[in-house]
Write a protein that binds this ligand. Structure first.
Ligand SMILES: [Zn+2]
Length: 187
């Protein structure tokens, strides 16, 4: 769950172990079940308790623009951003506040050496950039535009259909969570 201070107009979102939430009175704390729902409602992840996602939220519009133009799918959790380009899978992670961001790459063909990586199946791309959007830019220059959809009936086509169905399912779960959130807010 993701927490915020009811009496603050700043719309900052925290994790449960953040000192701001720990020092707040319980009656003053509201919560969301869904991270994306909170972000869509204009809440900004706190820089003290969230790491990567705080930066992601700040650059979300630019990242979104890139991914739409290049036809990439992306998803995010509280400590990683995942991008799927059609040619490969990418993970942007930051383990702790103050630590550098790392970019991990997974080819469509598995490499044996990647099995023992920090993120199994992925290898560290060893790229250091300033901004989140620069990592996306790097990915775009690496994988290029994903323009041609695969022909109907092919393996790739079926894989994408399967992925879309899974995403649809995730979205509907998220919608239910958002609904629960809005009920909680209106109470
Ligand atoms: Zn916080």
């Amino acid at each position: 769950m993701y927490f915020y201070n009811i009496s603050s107009s700043k719309k900052v979102l925290h994790l449960s172990d953040c000192r701001y939430i720990k020092s707040s009175d319980d009656s003053n704390v509201g919560y969301f079940y869904s991270l994306s729902c909170a972000i869509n409602k204009g809440y900004r992840p706190c820089h003290h308790c969230f790491t990567l996602i705080g930066r992601f939220a700040e650059e979300k519009e630019r990242i979104n623009k890139y991914c739409t133009r290049y036809n990439y799918n992306y998803s995010y959790s509280k400590d990683s951003v995942e991008i799927s380009t059609g040619k490969g899978q990418w993970k942007i992670i930051q383990e702790k506040i103050g630590q550098s961001i790392e970019l991990f790459h997974k080819n469509t063909q598995n490499r044996n050496s990647d099995c023992y990586s920090k993120i199994p199946g992925y290898h560290n791309q060893k790229i250091i950039e300033n901004e989140m959007v620069d990592y996306i830019h790097y990915i775009c220059s690496h994988d290029g535009i994903n323009k041609k959809p695969p022909a109907i009936g092919t393996k790739k086509y079926k894989k994408i259909q399967k992925k879309r169905a899974a995403a649809k399912k995730r979205n509907s779960i998220n919608n239910v969570l958002c609904l629960i959130d809005s009920l909680n807010i209106n109470r």
